[in-house]
Design a protein around this ligand. Structure first.
Ligand code: ATP
Length: 458
């Protein structure tokens, strides 16, 4: 179980400067969030770690940064124009609007997954199980209408239908349409992957649960191209890889589970899909989707673009369309799981403290520099700060007594507090305090980097 409610976490993160309500001074914009100084650092660290593990440290994979705006035909080919729609249902009584599958999931505390239900199955389930409107308590709903989640906008100066364009609802299609370019220029052989991090936009019917479901979010996606027939091996590989990654960066492993999709729930083009779910305060929710997508996407783009996207296997001289395994995760959802896992309130002998036990690689600041007495130690502290901040994100705190400064930095997850005092001036030593154990040791100034490097390794 998480150690803090969602409401408490939201107010804690606002107070500390992680996440603010979007457009706050204008009364806000529903479900839009801005990332403050600490949230920005955490977000960058999440993306860097993903990039390192999925692209930089893997010689099979390369990176890409494709455009958010794409030719409309991309969405025709991918099926998003016709199929990327959620089942919308309204309460006739109080006019509240719901996503029908989520209404069922919430009413059954997640024990029924209605993702793959047809509209008829959804309506029947709601009727037969007497699922009521969470707001007014009535069971009196409209029929289901399908609502396309893509944001539509206009390109060019005249608002006519010729210039209609969509904001991408996933980064994946940018990868598929560049498959040929990447294959040619990187001279990769199968199997290989293309990774990408970027913004996606979905006009969600019911965004909510803070940054869990928003209309603007970032995705980290890998499209891994394989020889047909070997995709299950790679599917299992990436499925476990993603789980191991989450555990290695400090997501609570007892709150994680695999949820393999049943046959009936699978998208028509997928031959295996698993969600890695995290136990949020409102129940298990999808954190990471891992899907074996067969050759569907490349085949569709080949059909619509008329460009040959086949791969010529140098070993067998055969031509075929590669199969694809896709691990896809949202940056913000991952952050939320990380924050729920890291938050701790500890009772100490005399008082209590809030401590974010973030993996040091994720911590916004790797250390905080604390001059014990401002007028005596600030110059030396500044010198040490200047040197360390060339390499790491470092905090500097000279306000209030040392105990208060420790607490402030525990609460934002800073792994080390480094106190600069007379011994620093006279002997070149500092006191290094560990966030989690609160133990202190005296070390040489020139050894600080060694200590930080040791803990930020994954
Ligand atoms: P859901 O069923 O929750 O709407 P999905 O199955 O449509 O999600 P995918 O299309 O598989 O989600 O997206 C891959 C990942 O992108 C998700 O696992 C999630 O981490 C993230 N994601 C998707 N939609 C959102 C959103 N609206 N806000 C934040 N993150 C999202």
């Amino acid at each position: 179980m998480t150690k803090i409610s969602l409401e408490e976490l939201v107010s804690f993160l606002k107070e500390q400067g992680f996440v603010f309500q979007g457009s706050e001074i204008y009364g806000g914009l529903a479900n839009a969030w801005d990332y403050g100084p600490l949230g920005t650092l955490l977000k960058r660290n999440v993306k860097d770690l993903w990039w390192n593990k999925f692209v930089q440290n893997n010689k099979l994979n390369v990176g890409l940064d494709s455009a958010i705006l794409m030719n409309k035909d991309v969405w025709q080919a991918s099926g998003h124009l016709s199929n990327f729609a959620d089942p919308l249902i309204d309460c006739k009584h109080c006019r509240s609007r719901y996503r029908a599958d989520k209404l069922i999931e919430e009413a059954t505390n997640g024990s029924v997954n209605a993702d793959g239900f047809t509209d008829e199955e959804l309506v029947n389930y709601i009727k037969e199980h007497n699922i009521c409107c969470p707001k007014c308590g009535q069971n009196d709903f409209t029929n289901i209408r399908r609502f396309n989640l893509m944001f539509k906008t206009f390109q060019g100066v005249v608002e006519d239908s010729l210039s209609e364009i969509y904001l991408r609802p996933e980064t994946a299609q940018g990868i598929f349409i560049n498959f040929k370019n990447v294959l040619r220029t990187s001279r990769k052989k199968l199997p290989f992957g293309i990774g990408q991090i970027g913004k996606s936009f979905r006009n969600e019917i019911t965004p909510g649960n803070f940054i869990f479901r928003t209309r603007e979010f970032e995705q980290m996606e890998l499209e891994f191209f394989t020889k047909p027939g070997t995709e299950m091996e790679w599917f299992n590989y990436w499925r476990q890889f993603c789980m191991d990654f989450l555990v290695s960066i400090g997501v609570d492993k007892d709150a994680l589970r695999f949820r393999d999709h049943e046959k009936e729930e699978l998208s028509f083009y997928s031959n295996a899909t698993t969600d890695i779910e995290f136990l949020f305060p409102w129940g298990f929710g999808e954190l990471w989707g891992i899907a074996s997508r067969t050759d569907y996407d490349l085949k569709q783009h080949m059909k619509y673009s008329k460009v040959n996207l086949e791969y010529l296997d140098p070993e067998t001289n055969q031509k075929y369309i590669p199969y694809v395994v896709e691990p896809s995760v949202g940056v913000e959802r991952m952050m939320l799981a990380i924050l729920f896992s890291a938050y701790n309130k500890e009772e100490l002998e005399k008082d209590s403290r809030v401590v974010l036990k973030l993996h040091p690689a994720l911590a916004p600041y790797k250390a905080v520099i604390l001059p014990l007495i401002k007028k005596n130690h600030a110059a030396k502290a500044q010198e040490i700060y200047d040197a360390l901040s060339q390499k790491y994100s470092i905090n500097y705190d000279d306000a209030g007594n040392i105990g208060k400064r420790y607490r402030r930095n525990d609460a934002i997850g800073t792994p080390y507090a480094i106190t600069i005092d007379d011994d620093t001036l006279n002997n070149g030593t500092v006191t290094l305090r560990d966030r989690d154990t609160m133990t202190q040791k005296v070390i040489k100034v020139e050894d600080i980097e060694k200590y930080i490097d040791e803990i930020i390794k994954l």
